[in-house]
Design a protein around this ligand. Structure first.
Ligand SMILES: O=C(O)c1cnc2c(S(=O)(=O)O)cccc2c1O
Length: 458
């Protein structure tokens, strides 16, 4: 059957978790075995493309078109973006030479909201595939950064006349994806909602964790953002003896305003979510490790200081929350050969005290920000979400396991392990007293970066 054909001749991919890193230019080949470039994702080896949708934040349309193989380069592409006014005009102008590229502007009616969601809907002759990822559609995001993705199986078409609810997965991924797409209330997405209804998504083993802008009350509060994550952890994980010693890890590439102290959001509602395990009413305070690159990590990276152009932590925000930086750990990823490939991936997880097991793992577009995850308001009777975000949650119960063993040597990829390929080194490395978090709008001119340059933002 076509899936076997494609799986057999696609690059040898571990397809237990379907979690992949982007290829990084300049690494030993072993560290890119099992990693994927955008041209791999769009290759005929994964399907005979008919049409696609690209949800993203930042686009280089001419570069994107070139990533499709020649035989698919004129297939219709729908771009879902959040640009308005002049930015929208510039984006549409980029596609002037490409009549097969169309646009849909996502509604952003709440201030400071952005369309961060990164997803590919790929409609093939053979069926349908979904990819949820962290990379923008620009060359720099696919060159020398650490990025990740979840790639769905090939979803076959349902037999004619199947009920729309057919093809549902044990994780209700089909219902949840359709509800997310419906939340755009965009006419251009109607035909895609219909197409997905006609396919069998039953092999999906991840839960969708999405954010869509709005103010939510009552049961709607648990549909999006961190309260959605809390609900999934409550329902689909189990309490662990000694769970107060199981650290939480948050890893991200940008940081919003967290308030004057940790009780305002991070150690309050957000920590309550990240420490949820099953229906235990305990509210443990396990260690929380936050991974965000230091100035030295950026200076010594493959890209050098320009890597910091995608780590937009501003001095205006940082100076209001110096308390946050005591949680920070460096970006160190020798296990994937990516210690010098700055992270644009975002991951959150709960690990065992000896860092050999996972209680759950999330890859998402969501950075450490209230805009992305949502914040409770009105005496906790309402939650406000500003941005579109999208990620997938792995829980052991969806893989008939109690916990995920961690694969400490994920590269070169090998089909033998059943371990989860956590992309960075565990345990995390705390900042040294001299380390400072990378801030993108101040100067660094004391020591040159790997390219011999200094950083003087305009
Ligand atoms: O991937 C994204 O969704 C995303 C969003 N925003 C970014 C910004 S900024 O809009 O916050 O200034 C600055 C640099 C990189 C960014 C980025 O990579």
């Amino acid at each position: 059957e076509s899936e076997d054909f494609f799986e057999s001749c696609t690059p040898r991919l571990d397809d237990t978790y379907r979690f992949y890193l982007n290829k990084v230019t300049g690494l030993d080949r072993e560290y890119n075995s099992g990693a994927l470039h955008i041209r791999d994702l769009l290759s005929p080896l994964f399907g005979t493309l008919k049409e696609s949708v690209q949800f993203n934040y930042c686009f280089d349309i001419a570069w994107m078109v070139k990533q499709f193989p020649p035989e698919f380069r004129d297939r219709p592409v729908l771009i879902i973006h959040g640009d308005k006014r002049e930015a929208k005009a510039r984006l549409l102008q980029q596609a002037q030479p490409f009549p097969h590229v169309r646009f849909c502007q996502a509604k952003l009616d709440i201030a400071f909201g952005t369309h961060h969601t990164k997803m590919m809907l790929l409609w093939y002759e053979e069926g349908f595939r979904v990819i949820i990822l962290t990379s923008n559609l620009i060359r720099a995001d696919w060159y020398q950064k650490t990025q990740g993705m979840w790639m769905s199986p090939l979803f076959p078409r349902l037999p004619e006349g199947s009920r729309p609810s057919a093809g549902e997965s044990p994780t209700f991924f089909k219902r949840d994806l359709l509800e997310y797409l419906a939340s755009y209330r965009a006419p251009e997405l109607e035909e895609w909602i219909q197409r997905i209804k006609e396919h069998d998504l039953s092999e999906t083993r991840v839960y969708l964790v999405a954010s869509t802008p709005g103010r939510y009350v009552g049961p709607d509060m648990e549909r999006w953002g961190h309260l959605r994550l809390r609900k999934l952890l409550h329902e689909h994980t189990n309490p662990i003896p000694g769970e107060e010693r199981w650290p939480v890890i948050g890893q991200f590439s940008s940081i919003g305003s967290m308030g004057a102290d940790k009780t305002k959001w991070l150690a309050g509602e957000f920590q309550r979510t990240l420490t949820t395990l099953g229906k235990s009413s305990l509210h443990p305070s396990p260690p929380i490790h936050l991974l965000y690159p230091s100035v030295e990590d950026v200076r010594l990276s493959l890209e050098g200081f320009p890597a910091g152009g995608s780590l937009p932590y501003s001095i205006q925000t940082a100076q209001k929350q110096l308390w946050l930086h005591s949680y920070f750990h460096r970006w160190k990823a020798d296990r994937s050969g990516r210690s010098h490939a700055m992270p644009h991936i975002k991951t959150y997880m709960r690990v065992s005290p000896d860092f050999t097991q996972l209680a759950w793992f999330l890859i998402t577009s969501a950075n450490l920000s209230k805009a992305a995850w949502g914040a409770l308001e009105k005496n906790n009777s309402q939650v406000m979400v500003r941005s579109y975000e999208l990620g997938v949650l792995y829980v052991p119960s969806a893989f008939d396991m109690k916990t995920f063993p961690i694969d400490e040597t994920p590269f070169p990829v090998s089909s033998s392990t059943s371990g989860f390929p956590v992309p960075f080194d565990l345990p995390p490395t705390s900042y040294s007293p001299k380390d400072q978090p990378w801030i993108w709008n101040i100067s660094y001119s004391q020591e040159p970066d790997t390219h011999g340059n200094i950083w003087v933002p305009s």
